[in-house]
Design a protein around this ligand. Sequence first.
Ligand SMILES: NC(=O)c1ccc[n+]([C@@H]2O[C@H](COP(=O)([O-])OP(=O)(O)OC[C@H]3O[C@@H](n4cnc5c(N)ncnc54)[C@H](O)[C@@H]3O)[C@@H](O)[C@H]2O)c1
Length: 255
Amino acid sequence: MMPTARYPDLKGASVLITGGGSGIGAALTEGFALQGALVAFIDIDDKASRALVAKVEESAGRAPLYIKCDLTDIAALKRAVAKAAKAHGPVTVLVNNAARDDRHDVADVTEEFWDRNQAVNLRPHFFTAQAVARGMKAAGGGSIINFTSTSFLINHPDMPSYTAAKAGVIGLTKGLAGKLGVDGIRVNAVAPGWVLTERQKALWVTEEGLAAHITKQCIKQPMKPEDVVGVCLFLASDSAKLLSAQTLIVDGGYM
Ligand SMILES: NC(=O)c1ccc[n+]([C@@H]2O[C@H](COP(=O)([O-])OP(=O)(O)OC[C@H]3O[C@@H](n4cnc5c(N)ncnc54)[C@H](O)[C@@H]3O)[C@@H](O)[C@H]2O)c1
């Protein structure tokens, strides 16, 4: 279920979400649109993104702007940010959500794989922030929300390049928060636990694996994409106006 809280200051806000076409990103696209925000999202999955645009137009009464862009291409990413700003005004809420948690064995990782992995899971976070910072400053401030993951905190063994990037996201968040705060820009990270997106269900969820995971959560429920939306709406809103440089963990209280 989508959060029922309303944040009036998000109405009309120019919001940009990376990877907003499916998974947690799709829930974010819809969640911000339901607040009356002007939402643009970047994705490469045409089919899922087009279906989402139609769904959100129906539920929120306004279609989000889908910008097709591979965020490993930094020049294209900068053009995508400019397109969102042109359509909706300077981006004042940026959610760096896109990532790929491809599994990889230590022995098989090549330099090329490592670089490609970082080019999805860490590098775009910096360049989107760089691209929106001036507009946010001119608008009097903004909120940047970077998605990290609890996987590196629990020593996940099967994706060291991804977990390194996710740890890096927190370092980046704190560095950007320190630098951009003077311009009224807050930068925070959100670390989900195991969220049952379509990709997770298709690739990695097993009945036994999920049951074992939920046993270790304080809240004994599987997490859905919608369960991560509320914390992002809060971080984006002026309810969090002095909250910066933090990481909020949303994992059901994993022990
Ligand atoms: N699902 C989980 O259990 C979980 C757990 C911890 C953290 N997270 C984090 O939450 C965020 C969202 O994860 P998710 O599970 O919803 O992922 P997902 O794979 O379901 O969705 C990611 C979206 O990003 C898009 N994308 C991927 N590569 C792209 C590229 N190069 N250019 C443009 N778009 C691209 C995909 O098309 C997709 O729509 C990620 O940062 C992830 O690391 C997820």
